[in-house]
Design a protein around this ligand. Structure first.
Ligand code: NCD
Length: 335
């Protein structure tokens, strides 16, 4: 699409003149201090979910539209919960089933949402660059958050992943992180690699079959492994990725069963990682394809904690793009 290249490198479209976050479109190019600020703010939001009243008033009176052009469960529902816990009003638009099906153009859909006086759009789209494109199109007071665009980026997923890593490992500067599986089709992997590099992780590995590791990935500062056992040896964090069959143009793989034999994370293989390694996955997981059930549910798995932390991280990002995180923070009084 026309928006594919333009603005893919999020230049300063996402920062205002004072370097504050205006849109959240991509991790690439953001300063470390800003990523750390998101993590620190998320720490302050995390306890809100444990309260009897899971609400703070920071986005009261704001309207958030969730525009999901592609299916999603976790991302959409945790953005929804994050906005509600910030006291925003939320519109959940299932665009797949609405006006675009009746021939309305994206620009017309956006104009209508502007006319409804929305303050923020959370966008998931099958095309890389879609969130940037929308950020350039819409009225200047509206903020856009990228909930995953094609194979490009999924920045809030990367932030919840590094939040989880920081919770368990405290520091980034001595870690080995292995990202395993379908890197070629993964916006999550791309955003994670940028985030880990910006935060100072010294060893980032990508592990997978040649058909699923993009040729240019080494230029992002990672080490490539085609052998799973070598790739996870000594790793402190093992991030498993789903096989994105829906994005594969042709058969890049033999079968789920054969894939598991070569690249599935099993108890025996996990023993090669550091003793206290954590296992992560952005979800949805395919048991018996990329990960064995006993590992997904095992003591080293933090997969469900990632989901919980995703709410706090999304609250942090949403309040920052609206410029309301300074109102006394998450601990501001209830209504
Ligand atoms: C990821 C996505 O949609 O990019 N999932 C998610 O947001 N939790 C990864 C995936 O679909 O495999």
């Amino acid at each position: 699409m026309a928006c594919r290249m333009k603005g893919m490198h999020a230049d300063n479209l996402q920062l205002d003149a004072h370097g504050r976050l205006k849109h959240f479109l991509a991790i690439e190019g953001l300063p470390r201090a800003l990523l750390t600020q998101i993590l620190d703010n998320a720490e302050r939001f995390a306890p809100v979910g444990d309260r009897a009243v899971k609400k703070v008033p920071l986005l009261r009176g704001k309207t958030v539209a969730n525009l999901f052009f592609e299916p999603s469960t976790r991302t959409r529902t945790t953005f929804d919960l994050a906005a509600k816990r910030l006291s925003a009003d939320v519109l959940n638009l299932n665009i797949e089933a609405s006006s675009t099906k009746k021939g309305e153009s994206l620009s017309d859909t956006l104009r209508n949402l502007e006319a409804m006086q929305c303050d923020m759009f959370v966008v998931r789209h099958q095309s890389s660059g879609a969130a940037n494109f929308i950020a350039r199109q819409i009225a200047p007071h509206i903020s856009v958050i990228n909930g995953g665009d094609g194979r490009h980026e999924h920045p809030t997923q990367a932030m919840l992943d590094v939040f989880t890593i920081r919770r368990w490992k405290r520091r980034f500067d001595a870690l080995t992180v292995a990202i395993v599986g379908d890197v070629a089709h993964s916006r999550v992997a791309r955003s994670e690699i940028h985030a880990l590099r910006i935060l100072g992780v010294p060893e980032i590995r990508v592990v997978g079959p040649k058909t699923l590791i993009p040729a240019e990935v080494e230029s992002l500062g990672v080490r490539v492994f085609h052998d799973l056992e070598a790739g996870i040896k000594g790793a402190d964090v093992v991030i498993m990725l789903r096989l994105q069959q829906e994005r594969m143009q042709s058969a890049l793989l033999p079968s789920g069963h054969e894939y598991f034999r070569e690249y599935g994370l099993t108890a025996a293989r996990l023993k090669l990682a550091a003793k206290d390694a954590i296992v992560m996955h952005p979800g949805p997981i395919n048991r018996g394809v990329e990960i064995a059930s006993d590992i997904a549910d095992g003591a080293q798995s933090v997969i469900l904690q990632q989901v919980t932390f995703g709410i706090a991280v999304r609250m942090a990002v949403m309040s920052m793009v609206m410029g309301t995180q300074a109102l006394g923070g998450a601990d501001a009084e209830h209504d």
